[in-house]
Design a protein around this ligand. Structure first.
Ligand code: 16G
Length: 251
């Protein structure tokens, strides 16, 4: 549905409540976007029209929209106005965890464990994690979901000394590492599009062969110790990875 009928149907939900009006308005629009009542990629009416439709001030509308822009649910396109984001916008410069990203978007993050074990590795993974050949890593393979919708398959590998009992990990990996002063503070990330295979397609609920974003994350502690090497497959139809750039000054 488009914004105007949605607001007409739901405006009464804004009445009452202790939170300031801009937060209630942000909550109402967030709910419509997250439960798919509001069609993605549609332009929002202008600030003035929204304010008169809702009988609130333009400042209230601006503040509410600002919250949703910061959560990546709305996107502002230069000269064209504000749109409901068709996909999730993920800034590439922030070293966040999946759980934190979903909390920030007010989505419920979920996990389906596909593997949690110690594995002996050699070759590339050993050298990336600065381990001797044949050393053990904690291998964590998970399907990550948001509001029960599958978004990504992540296969993380960490030196076994950091997570000697991987089967005991239940919540956020980065929270676990944080609690042990071993949370990565720097990472390099590599992305490319690949077609997904049949198993990935079934888990991600997309068609076999459809494009997914393959991401490798290599993370480090402040002293340069490698902590994590993760291979992920993100649904290509759900994410926009966004990076900010500045001109390179040559002197
Ligand atoms: C993110 C990271 C992944 C990390 C995970 C920890 C990417 C591409 N991947 O999904 O490398 O292992 O967060 O999430 O961003 P957690 O703390 O919720 O377990």
């Amino acid at each position: 549905m488009t914004m105007e009928p949605y607001i007409r149907q739901h405006a009464r939900l804004l009445e009452g409540g202790d939170a300031p009006m801009y937060q209630r308005l942000a909550g109402l629009l967030r709910q419509g976007i997250n439960d798919h009542s509001l069609e993605r990629d549609q332009p929002l009416p202008g600030e003035r029209d929204l304010a008169s439709l809702l009988s609130v001030s333009r400042v209230t509308v601006r503040r509410a929209l600002g919250i949703l822009v910061s959560e990546g649910l709305l996107t502002q396109r230069q000269g064209a106005g504000t749109f409901i984001a068709s996909r999730m916008e993920q800034p590439l410069g922030h070293l966040t965890s999946f759980t934190e990203d979903m909390q920030h978007r007010k989505l419920v993050s979920g996990v389906v464990w596909l593997e949690r074990s110690l594995q002996a590795v050699d070759g590339e993974v050993c050298s990336l994690l600065a381990l001797d050949a044949g050393a053990k890593v904690a291998s964590l393979y998970r399907l990550r979901t948001a509001n029960e919708e599958p978004l990504a398959l992540e296969h993380a590998m960490l030196p076994a000394r950091l997570l000697p009992e991987p089967e005991k990990l239940n919540g956020s990996l980065y929270r676990y590492l944080d609690e042990r002063d071993s949370r990565p503070v720097r990472a390099t990330q590599r992305l490319r599009a690949v077609p997904c295979d049949e198993e990935q397609a079934t888990l991600l609920r997309v068609a076999t062969g459809s494009p997914v974003l393959y991401i490798e994350r290599h993370s480090f502690l402040a002293d340069g110790t490698p902590i994590e090497f993760t291979r992920s497959h993100y649904r290509g139809d759900s994410y926009d990875f966004v990076s900010e750039m500045a001109i390179r000054r040559t002197e």
